[in-house]
Structures are given as structure tokens and as C-alpha cells.
Design a protein. Sequence first.
Length: 631
Amino acid sequence: MKVKKTARNSFLAIAIIILAALVSVSLFVFRRQTLSILTRMSIQNITDIQTVYTQTLKAKFLDQLNMLEAQARFFDDVDLDNNAELKKTITSTKGIGEFKKIAVANSEGVCTSNTGQNLANIHNKDFFYDTIKTGLPQISNKIEVDENLEPILTLTYPIKRNNSIKALITGTLSYNVLKDLFSISIFSGDSYMYIVAQNGNIILCNRDKKKNLYNVNIFDLIKNNTKEDSIPLINKMKIDIIENRSDSIAFNGNDTRKLFTYMPLHLNNWYLISVIPYSYIVKQQFSISVLVYIILGIIVFTVITFIFVVYELIKKASDIEKDNERLTIANSQNQSVIFEYDLQKREVVFSGDTEFIFGTTKNVFSVDFIRTEFYKRIHYDDKTVMSDLRAFIEGSKDGFSEGYSGEFRYKTFKNEFIWLKISGSMITKNEEKSNKFIGTISNVNSQVLHEQELKSIAELDKLTGLLNKNAMESHIKEFLEKIGKQTKCALFIVDLDNFKKVNDSLGHLIGDMAIMDAAKKLSLIFSEKDFISRFGGDEFCVLLRLRSNLDEETVKRIIREKAQNMCTFIREDYFDEKTTISVTASIGIAVYPDNGTDYEELFKKADESLYKVKENGKDGYKIFGVPEDQQ
């Protein structure tokens, strides 16, 4: 017995030693594999983020150039060789977008700002030369300082006459505005990004929000902060950037190892460079390792359980990698599945890729599953589509003898709504009663969005982006049909006083500016649920939608506040060097259902109130039927 016990103890000791050795080896391998996986995941994640962010940055800069293009159109009828006319035109503008300052420069580089200030000659600036030479808009490849010694970035847009560049519009963006565009924070703030020119000059860096870093060569910066063996890698990065390639390179820095990932911004030959310290990856690895050690401490006595835990951790790491691909844009075109619904078996069999609908490749589902999991993802306003389909299948819905078709919004497993189209018909066999429904589900998101965009274009006023007259009438009539007479709303007709004088004395460009200013102010005063339109010329119309539970005094107070705000904010002086014209607002108001129960009646009463305001000297408002002392 003693011999057997000694043998068992020896076997147990050997088993423990072997298990400990296996655990040590496994942990060593696991740490190396985890580091490798996390490194690849970090590179993939930062690449995905860069891809989306390059599109965002490019779009923002192109928006600024489009604004300069719109500003350049102000000079279509201006003699570009006449510096006095150039100055007069540029000073009549108010500035646009996020530009700190806009200016016009003649072909000799003489530059005048929209405030009338003469700026430094830009004839020797690279962006001036490139604009004159190429005839294309340009963005400066370095940060400069303005007359106030504040850092700026300059954008230019050419003004052409007979295929010749006679002048150009310049816009300067404050460095603080640029930093706001570039304020993305990733990897818990451990990572940071540079925007650099092709020659390596740093345009922007978001490493430290309190400090500005620009006009420094990034290759010199890397060289000064890395070991001597980094020079071949720096040269490779230079060549890649010149030849428009993307890659990732790890540098052994003086303080830590860093991973540089770079790709072209496809704008101005700029590059987007991201830096991930390896300390971030090591911290992630440490967090995972701690979890593994805790699990191994519980299940260290069995090799099988240990292997299972390692397998689950690797699987979990793979799931995390998939989840982190949140910035990947799915291509939803040509997604379609065919399905057969068997009424007797109460199951639905799909053919095709069901992952874009159910998030799984499984193709057989019970009817109960469809009615719970599928139905709850349908947009609340579109759930009647499935009710109609069910009624059609059960034979209780008329008008579908040839088949059924319907469109609805569906929330994918990426929490995005897309438009789907479902269609199909009942099938019979040997003239028996129909017991199967054959149909298709297709992704029609792009087509529906395109149709909605066309409808929006048809409904909007081109100058202001507000609803046009026809669309406004249609929306108000539809809204009044839906609400009961217990719900109040108010119709405002707004007329800009002295607008004709602005057009006649200051020109149509200033007139258009007055219309756009009024439209913007109305959009700020009223909420998104209210209807705002431009009826044409200097006339606007607004329908204020109110909650049904408001008392009479509250309704009157809200209407008066809105009217007073319009009078205050629309009041504006427009001027040139000789003439100043004050634009004010005259407002007529009618309340539903007190003053009318349909659109025509409300409009007539509001128009009568507007006429009264005009008779009493303009620049004011009147609510129909309310005595003057209670307005």
C-alpha cells in the first residue's frame, strides 16, 4: 500500500510538473500570439478609421472650396481689371462658412479683404502661383501667420475671364478651426494623427490640443526621436509618400516603440499619418492576460479545460476584431433573397445570403421567429406592410389578386435603417387550395433614397432651401386633415419691408443675401417640426405646430414670442458705400381652428392681418381677431 501511495504521489508530482510546464509554455505562446493579434487588429482598425476620416476631411475642405466658388460668382459682372470695382464687390459681402477672412486678389497679387483692408501682397506665395498657373482652386501646403500673427491656412479659387485667370478669391481658415476639424480621439486618446504635405511638412497634429505643431518636417521629427537604425525606414516612408503608397512601419523610439500607419488623403497631395504607441497594445494585452490568469487559476488542474479556455479567448478576440470593424461601409447593392413560406409546416425557407437581414447565414426559420425577431426590427411607421402581407396570405385582403408588393424600413444588425422591398404570390398545386407563398426580399435602399432626394429637390426653394409654395400648401393641408380641432397651430405670413429698395439700390446680389439671411433666421426661431417656406420674392410663410395640451394663454404667449423674435432678428441694415437700407418684417397671423379650419381660410385671415400691419407703418405683427391692446 505504501509503495502504491508513493507511486501515486510520484505520478501526481510528475503530472503537476508536466502541467505546470504546459501552462508556462502555453502562457508564453499565448502572450506572443495575443500581442500579434492585437497589433494586427490595431493596424486594421486605424486603417478603417483613416479611410472614413480621409473622406470626411476631404468633404469638409471641398465644402470650403465650394463656398469660395459661390463667392467667386459675385464677380461675374465685375471688371476684373478695375481694382476699385473689385474692392467694392468684396466689401459688400459678409464672409462665408468658417473662414476667418475672405479677400480678392488681382493678377498682381494685390489683396483686399471683405472688410476693405489692404492685405499683404501674395504674388510670391506658392498657392497664388499654382492657382494662376493651373487655373484650379488650391490649398496652401503650409501654415502661415496673418497680420495679427495668428496661424492660418489659405484656400484660393480662380476668377476667370475668357479662359484667363484675372483674379482670385482667397479664404483663410484659423488654425483653431482646423484643429476642431481634426479633433478625433481614438484608442482612448493614446493614438494621434498628423496631416502632412508630400514634402513632409506638418500641416496639423492632434497630439496635444493645447499646443500647435505645424511647419515642422515629420521625417526630421521621427529621426530626432528614434534610434539610428530608423533611417532606412524613414527613407522608405519618404519614397512611399512620393509614390502615393500606404503602409505601416514600426519605429524604435528613444522612449517607446511606435507604429506609424500612413495613407494618402487624396487632397492637395496630403497624407494622413496615424501613430499608435506600442504601450497601448501592451496595456490591452495585459488586460487580457490578467483575465486569462484568473481563469487558469480556477481551472489549472485539467489540461482539457485549459485548452478550452484558450480556444474561447482566441474566439473572443476574433469576435472583438469583427465588432471593431464598425466604420466599415457595407455595400448593400444587389442584396436579395428568395423565400418560401409553408403555411402547413409554419416555417420559412430562404435561398441566398440572409446575413444582411438576420445577421446569420441560417436559412430556415419558424413563423414565430419571423413574427418576433424580424417584425420588431421594422420601422414603426411601416409595420402595416407586414399586416397587409399577412392579410393577403390569409386571403382577407382585397386588391392583391396578382400578387403582393410593399416597401418598408428595416433596422440591420449594424443598427442602420435600410429600405427593403418584399413581393410575392400564393402558389397552388393541382388546383388545390394555396398553402405556400413564394416571394423575394430585396435591398432597395439606394433607389428609395434617390427617389426621396428627387422629391426633396422638387419641394425646396432653390435660393433658401426652404419649402416652396406648392409644397407648403400640400404639407399644411395634409397636416390639418390629420389633427383634430383640439390641437392648435398658427399660420404666419412674413413680408420683408423695403426689399424692393434693396434690389433697386443695392443690386440683386445683396437682395438675395437679404432673402437668405431672413430664411436662416426663421430656421433658428422655429423648430424642425414646424413648416417654413418661401412663397416667392420677399414673402415667407410659417406654420407653427403647438402641443394639444396647451391652454389659451400659453398659446397666445408662444405666438407673440415667435412674432416678436421675427421682428427683432429679421431687422437688418444693408448698405454699400453710398446707401443704407433697413429691412424689417411685417407679419400677419391666423390661429387654427379659431380663425379658420382649412388652409385657404387661415391664409386669407393671416393675409388680412398682414395688410393691417402694412397700413400701420410696417415692422410689426398682428394676430387676427385679437384687439390691438392685447397683441
